[in-house]
Design a binder for this molecule. Structure first.
Ligand code: KIV
Length: 303
């Protein structure tokens, strides 16, 4: 493969922080496409498929690491996965999550940890959860030169306090609160806002009320973009399917659980039945060397 082939494989991201900040569907832009990625091959594939933004989400905890929530995910976990994503998609627009308790304690803590995601992991931006209560953090980060994506609605890191993984903003007070949160996050300097699991009409109202793009997940079709967790999209669950939670918004494009299980079972069957490896899976040795080797072993046995 030549250097030019490589350049063709990796589409250069046409997205910068300012271009995303101005990306509103009402101005005629196509919706932004964001997908989670946690490793090099999926990052490469998503980028090559034309996904606009890759999110190294703390959903890695539930999607791949086998946790029941995102709370146990650490900053080092995100750095580890974000580095792999960056290696797989060197020119993609990569956003990395600040995990639970890596930004809540103080502005200094938030800046130091977000800085690590940019410097050590190669992320373009960080994402943090929270509305008005996090406005000061978002302002401090952006003033320190760290681009921030906000996240309101169902915020998984604090889902317990919200009464579980449930739709947010269904009543008037809740809807007005979320609108105030969205405005506060935008005014604090975030360049995009993830809106998770709110009624579709509220997703549309928030989108029309703020200047930065909304990226919806279970927030209806009127957002400026959509994000999904790649394992949801591909039908891959850490728990057995019967125990896995599949949210209503998670359209499944692939039965990956079934496909992988079939492949793993086929491999096991082939090994047990002698159908693997076949000659095409093995390496040869010159016959004279093999003969000499056998002869020496025989001679050793006779001695
Ligand atoms: O962690 C994550 O993947 C997220 C998305 C669900 C938006 O925050």
């Amino acid at each position: 493969m030549t250097a030019n082939d490589g350049a063709a494989v990796h589409r250069r991201s046409s997205h910068t922080i300012p271009s995303i900040r101005n990306h509103k569907v009402r101005d005629g832009s196509a919706p932004l496409v964001m997908l989670t990625a946690y490793d090099a091959p999926t990052a490469r594939l998503a980028h090559e498929a034309g996904v606009d933004m890759l999110l190294v989400g703390d959903s890695v905890g539930t999607a791949l690491l086998g946790y029941d929530s995102t709370v146990p995910v650490t900053l080092d976990d995100i750095i580890h996965h974000a580095r792999a994503v960056r290696r797989g998609a060197p020119t993609a627009h990569v956003v990395a999550d600040l995990p639970f308790m890596t930004y809540q304690a103080s502005e200094a803590q938030a800046i130091a940890n977000a800085g690590r995601l940019l410097q050590e992991a190669g992320a373009d931006a960080v994402k943090l959860e929270g509305g008005r209560t996090m406005a000061a953090r978002i302002r401090a980060l952006t003033e320190a030169g760290i681009p921030v994506v906000g996240h309101i609605g169902l915020t998984p890191q604090t889902a317990g306090a919200l009464g579980g993984m449930r739709v947010q903003g269904r009543d008037l007070d809740g809807a007005l609160d979320l609108l105030a949160d969205a405005r506060a996050v935008a005014e604090a300097g975030a360049y995009a806002l993830v809106v998770e699991v709110v009624p579709a009409v509220l997703g549309g109202i928030i989108t029309s009320e703020i200047a930065i793009p909304t990226i919806g997940i279970g927030a209806g079709p009127d957002c400026d973009g959509q994000v999904l967790v790649w394992t949801d999209l591909a039908g891959l669950t850490a728990k057995p399917p019967a125990e896995a939670i599949s949210p209503r918004f998670a359209r499944q494009y692939l039965p990956l659980n079934d496909l992988l299980e079939e492949a793993f079972a086929s491999f096991a069957r082939d090994v047990r039945e002698g159908a693997y490896p076949l000659p095409e899976h093995t390496y040869s040795m010159k016959e004279e060397i093999a003969a000499t080797l056998r002869a020496r072993l025989e001679a050793g046995r006779d001695a």
